[in-house]
Design a protein around this ligand. Structure first.
Ligand SMILES: [Zn+2]
Length: 290
């Protein structure tokens, strides 16, 4: 079986005048069969080996996005949303620092982060929006506006039985006074915008970066890793796999036409890639070799 070169760096790349750094919050081991949906193991294990419990190792890589006008964090890792005694159950290995410390390690004062945006609010994406201080959750970025899809927020803070396992509402409610909800497509700040896809959750939205004639796209969980790019390689965690397939069919031609840099949140290897197309088959390759 192939060995994976897990990538522990924090690569920085440019999209026009926007500087993008992929941070690393930690690792999560998820069932390989669930992660690859209908794709048989004989195919997915060529990309990622599984452990003795059939789990594959996923990274969590929030983005620090510095535009000429704004300092933005996209996605937030697991942070402290899941109590340490449950970490073994979910195969969680956090690196240690909280998200504001990861940002500070890049030479950016967390107090200067003005905007935080999320593709959706599952706990492996939203857990670092707040941090745990003196027995309670407080926003990780005191001066930021937190921009999320309104429908996603409503489900996340009052999850039904269907959604309960995926959200950690107590780590989100302290954000209420700094929250800005949007519906569907729309600008987050100049150069960053939501592109509503649904599929993975009812209100999932990918995030576009645009500067001059250069583009980037952050896929959230619509395409969690480089190996998930083929149209039908859709995770069984998606609440609507058919919706994800349809969203990909619309999104991918746009990604190619714009020659967009692709940012993969859960990619265990190098997380920045370029999409390729051969007839109706899509794939991607890492943009920078390790
Ligand atoms: Zn995820």
């Amino acid at each position: 079986m192939k060995d994976v070169n897990y990538f522990e760096g924090t690569p920085t790349t440019n999209v026009g005048e926007i500087r993008v750094t992929s941070l690393l919050d930690g690792w999560l081991s998820l069932d390989g069969g669930a992660m690859y949906g209908i794709v048989p193991k004989v195919l997915w294990e060529k990309h990622l080996p599984s452990d003795e419990q059939n789990r594959v190792k996923m990274a969590m890589r929030p983005l620090l996005v510095q535009t000429p006008t704004n300092t933005v964090v996209v996605e937030s890792g697991i942070g402290q949303a899941i109590p340490p005694d449950l970490h073994e159950r979910y195969g969680i290995h956090r690196i240690g620092p909280t998200l504001d410390q990861l940002v500070a390690a890049q030479g950016v004062d967390p107090a200067t982060v003005d905007t935080v945006a999320c593709t959706h609010l599952h706990w492996d994406h939203s857990g670092g929006l707040c941090k745990f201080v003196d027995g309670r959750y407080v926003p990780s970025f005191p001066n930021a506006t937190y921009v999320v899809q309104g429908g996603e927020w409503d489900i996340a803070i009052a999850p039904t039985n269907l959604h309960k396992a995926s959200y950690a509402p107590e780590s989100l409610t302290p954000l209420e006074s700094q929250l800005k909800t949007v519906k569907g497509n729309g600008e987050i700040v100049k150069g960053l915008s939501f592109d509503f896809t649904a599929g993975h959750t009812e209100n999932h939205a990918v995030i576009w970066l645009e500067s001059g004639d250069e583009f980037g796209v952050f896929f959230g969980d619509l395409v969690p890793t480089i190996s998930h790019v083929p149209l039908a390689w859709i995770s069984a965690y998606d609440i609507n796999a058919g919706g994800s397939f349809a969203a990909r069919e619309v999104l991918y031609p746009k990604v190619l036409e714009r020659n967009a840099k692709c940012f993969f949140y859960h990619e265990p290897g190098y997380p920045v890639g370029q999409m390729l197309q051969q007839r109706s088959k899509y794939s991607a390759e890492p943009l920078v070799q390790r």
